[in-house]
Design a protein around this ligand. Sequence first.
Ligand code: PEP
Ligand code: MN
Length: 349
Amino acid sequence: MARNGNSGAPELMVLMRSTASSDEVDHIVGLIQESGAGAHVDQSGEATVIGVIGQRAQIAALPFESLPGVERVVPLRKGFKWVSREYLDRDTVIDICGRKVGGRHFAMMAGPCAVESYEQTLQAAKDVKAAGGTLLRGGAFKPRSSPYAFQGLGVRGLEILSAVGQETGLPVATELMDARDLEPVLEHIDLIWIGARNMANFNLLSELGRVRKPVMLKRGMSATVEELLMAAEYVAKEGNEDIILCERGIRTFERSTRFTLDLSAVPVLKRETHLPVLVDPSHGTGKNFMVTPLARAGVAVGADGLIVEVHDQPEHALSDGAQALTLDQYEQLVTEVRTIHEVISPVSV
Ligand code: PEP
Ligand code: MN
């Protein structure tokens, strides 16, 4: 759905008949524009959808229902518009350097919590690739609870990721915490993620809406599903609709896990939005022995992919060693997850 940044959002959806001609579509777009409203045409689904952007009162006066080619007119009532399935009822497929995510394309993103060195990142990337992973993750800017803990290698970490990505052929993903780091991140990275702690950093979200790079939004640890969708709307509103959502656990009273992985969010999200949804069983549990069981569950509940932390020597990891999988464990996870995915969504992984 190519469009330039737009200051508004569709308030009304005109669903055309599947037999509608392009002249009929053009006629309606012309009427909308004459009225001073904006039109957004989407032809990615079976029938053309025209989103009408403008004040509700102004739009309501237009006689869409009686125009040739129109199937029905639906007011969009939810706060999130561009990302809603109410508006676009199809699966968004995002292309990250040739690796597709969404629809029936399952993403296997994995790698270390943090980029610690070239050697460690290369080893993790080779392991991830050999096991069947499709994307490499690694934090260069780390949001740590303690200001004294390892904060990541910064721009050097981005350079390492980029070099390792080139060497292994895996697209690379990293977290952006600060808009001031956007330029080097854009230069070196294929998928930018916003971490849980910044999910509601609305200026940062808007900034990412104006770049041409896929974005993954991790759910804030105290954010509702609707707040996650509204965060995605901030990005989409500016024109970037290559957005992946990620459930990574929320804060509850339960202390036996680091967070409570809210797997019920997955079917809710799949119902509400056309964007792909990933599950992070690593941060969601914080414990090595729980990562594989929750990964299996994430796939079974309908996720479009997983993001998993893998380290060649978890006992020496500079962050999140307790939840990192070894290569052998990750290989086993991929095998199991593929089997489950094929059962519930037969075609490609
Ligand atoms: C991460 O994926 O490296 C991370 C810090 O996750 P979250 O933002 O979900 O805590
Ligand atoms: Mn981590």
